[in-house]
Design a protein around this ligand. Structure first.
Ligand SMILES: Nc1ncnc2c1ncn2[C@@H]1O[C@H](COP(=O)(O)OP(=O)(O)OP(=O)(O)O)[C@@H](O)[C@H]1O
Length: 318
């Protein structure tokens, strides 16, 4: 086989056929609908966060995408084809579903060379991907001496051997230290910038807010919300609220009582949570009532808040 790297980045079209389309995807285990008529799309050139409470069906969905689990109904395609029908799966999709496992006595480099041989890829791809994930200095060290972070990088290196258009990762940040997480974020974003499709499941919502362009949120096997992170957050802006610090809490509550929809709730940290009214109106009411303010901060919901609100009561571990 002749190795022709894709040279992503220069020509978007080379990488543009990596859309993932999940349509009516369903998986039943006896009485349990692990995935229940799920439909969503994942675009190339973007990092998409796949979010859901424990047991929501994320791993099962990813495994169906990769033909590791047979769907009860529905389809999952990558670039228009089911995984099983891909003509060149190694170049089309790379996946990291769990922390990398390798022969303990084998070096990282040899582990990757074995995978190259199995996939019909040239040996030098092992060195290419070690470089890509910053593992070159550890290339000749044995796997048993690798830290968890290094094992995660090795797993990603293995997924990148075929220079795939699509990368699928299940909880890649698990067990990484802050530096490792920062590296992962930059790495995945750079792959998306090259036009690749990056689908990453995670329960680290604050991290997802930094990492992802789009999110797909599921609960109890069903789609709850999908779209660009900014839009999903904006769609929840009705629950925007204002944090107020004042030594005259009662007077402020009285001043706000005249504003329809305004609700004042004391918080444990001594501040007041004001909902149903924007910050300028709170400030104006306080001024009119001569209430002294020490803090007036609009708080937009973050992804964590949105996630909890959208998935509330929709089953955790089933
Ligand atoms: N092989 C199986 N047999 C029976 N039930 C299964 C099987 N695999 C998964 N399940 C169940 O399907 C549901 C969805 O599991 P899945 O692992 O897909 O969820 P998840 O969103 O990835 O959760 P987590 O974040 O905890 O990994 C769970 O209730 C799980 O127990």
């Amino acid at each position: 086989m002749v190795w022709r790297p894709c040279h992503p980045g220069g020509k978007g079209s080379e990488m543009s056929d990596g859309q993932i389309t999940v349509s009516g995807l369903t998986k039943r285990y006896k009485n349990l609908l692990a995935v229940d008529g799920l439909s969503f799309t994942v675009q190339s050139g973007r990092v998409t966060g796949f979010l859901g409470p424990n047991g929501a069906g994320k791993t099962t969905t990813l495994r169906m995408l990769l033909n590791l689990v047979t769907p009860t109904a529905g389809t999952a395609t990558i670039g228009g084809a089911r995984y099983a029908d891909l003509t060149d799966p190694v170049r089309t999709v790379g996946a990291v579903l769990e922390a990398s496992a390798a022969h303990r006595g084998r070096t990282g480099r040899n582990h990757l060379r074995v995978l190259c041989a199995a996939a019909g890829l040239p040996d030098h791809r092992a060195d290419d991907v070690l470089e890509l994930v910053g593992l070159t200095p550890a290339a000749k060290r044995k796997f048993k001496g690798y830290s968890l972070g290094m094992r995660q990088r090795l797993g990603i290196a293995a997924a990148m051997l075929g220079d795939p258009k699509v990368l699928i990762l299940d909880e890649p940040a698990n067990g990484l230290d802050p530096e490792g997480i920062r590296w992962m974020r930059g790495f995945l974003q750079s792959l998306a910038k090259q036009g690749r499709t990056v689908l990453v499941s995670s329960h680290l919502l604050s991290e997802m807010e930094l990492l992802a362009d789009d999110v797909v949120i599921i609960a109890a096997g069903k789609l709850v919300r999908q779209g660009p992170v900014a839009e999903v957050l904006a769609s929840m802006s009705t629950s925007a609220h204002v944090r107020v610090r004042t030594p005259q809490a009662d007077a402020l509550a009285a001043a706000l009582a005249g504003i329809p929809g305004a609700v004042v709730t004391p918080r444990a940290d001594g501040t007041l949570l004001v909902t149903g009214v924007e910050a300028p109106a709170v400030g104006k009411a306080a001024l009119a009532a001569s209430v002294e303010l020490h803090e007036l901060t609009p708080e937009r919901p973050d992804l964590e808040g949105v996630f909890l609100e959208l998935t509330a009561g929709k089953a955790g571990i089933r």
